[in-house]
Design a protein around this ligand. Structure first.
Ligand SMILES: NC(=O)c1ccc[n+]([C@@H]2O[C@H](COP(=O)([O-])OP(=O)(O)OC[C@H]3O[C@@H](n4cnc5c(N)ncnc54)[C@H](OP(=O)(O)O)[C@@H]3O)[C@@H](O)[C@H]2O)c1
Length: 286
């Protein structure tokens, strides 16, 4: 049975994707930050699919020490139960903020969770992914378009605009996936970004101010159920051989921003490696 790690599996898109992938017969490792919500999510999945193979690990992925800790737990689990192999990682945990907030490391929240957490977690799990010729799937967004990376002020500290920070973090998802494909295609790795579309979840109602909360409460009513984008993740996990292409919406390839270049991907890799204290060229053996 192939194993898939899903971050942000305790609600919204990650939760529905976890359920659907258990129905396809995958062994799912969900990551969430709240013990209560992970327990609820686990019970909900089992109630829908009594045969589900699912377990949750707790980690606040805003903080790098937590990313590293949970990665170590997962590696141990994979070594003991899955022959050290990981079929896919779905870097889906994400947040929206209303104002400038920083992690313990001093990194802006949306950049830290939406980009750096997946960058670091994938690095830590890469040996297991390579062993399985696995897939890396990012939850991106159409909002990655119409923006450039602010290389001189990546945390957007000066004149912080939360929407710009969100859009930039989603452009980082695209550049990360592109850079992974360019570095690890020869090892059998395939990296993708899923655009889920507008989805009816509570993302804009968590840790946001009154205005964002209010706007999102109205906007999300026009969103589809998280069960809709879940099908695209299942498609990308299931296809054999893995499809080419980078950016997917409703199980089909889609055009992406012209900012998604090899040069920008290389630049983001170098910067993110420095911020995480890792070097992608140097992957530890299991
Ligand atoms: N909804 C949309 O229309 C839309 C559109 C485009 C892209 N997206 C992207 O879709 C992804 C999932 O979002 P969603 O809409 O499904 O929202 P959601 O329901 O709020 O899901 C976000 C998930 O991330 C988890 N999370 C948040 N902060 C975390 C942290 N510090 N550490 C670990 N996990 C954390 C949440 O945990 P809790 O359950 O504890 O809150 C939840 O499981 C995000 O990357 C988002 O940017 C969403």
């Amino acid at each position: 049975m192939d194993t898939i790690v899903i971050t942000g599996a305790s609600s919204g898109i990650g939760l529905e994707t976890a359920l659907l992938l258990t129905q396809y017969g995958y062994n799912i490792i969900g990551i969430g930050r709240s013990e209560y919500k992970c327990k609820q999510a686990n019970e909900w999945i089992i109630s829908k699919n009594p045969k589900a193979k699912i377990k949750f690990y707790l980690a606040d992925l805003l903080h790098q020490r937590e990313v590293v800790r949970v990665a170590e737990q997962i590696i141990q689990y994979l070594n003991e139960n899955c022959n050290g192999k990981l079929h896919a990682i779905i870097n889906n945990a994400g947040c929206v903020r209303s104002w400038y907030m920083t992690t313990d490391e001093g990194y802006e929240h949306q950049f830290a969770l939406n980009h750096l957490a997946g960058f670091l977690l994938t690095y830590k799990l890469l040996p297991a992914l390579i062993k399985a010729k696995g897939r890396v799937i990012m939850t991106g967004s159409e909002s990655h378009k119409g923006i450039k990376i602010n290389w001189d002020n990546i945390m957007l500290y000066r004149r912080y605009n939360p929407l710009v920070a969100y859009k930039q973090s989603k452009l980082c998802n695209m550049l990360f996936a592109k850079g992974l494909n360019e570095r690890y295609a020869a090892e059998g790795i395939h990296a993708y970004v899923v655009d889920p579309g507008l989805v009816n979840t509570d993302i804009g109602n968590k840790e946001t101010g009154m205005l964002v909360n209010f706007i999102w409460s109205l906007r999300k009513r026009y969103g589809v159920s998280p069960a809709v984008p879940a099908k695209t993740y299942a498609f990308l996990c299931e296809q054999s051989p893995p499809p080419d292409g980078l950016y997917y919406y409703l199980c089909k390839e889609k055009k992406y921003s012209r900012q998604v270049t090899s040069q920008n991907a290389d630049r983001l890799f170098a910067l993110s490696e420095r911020l995480c204290g890792i070097q992608y060229g140097k992957v530890q053996k299991l």
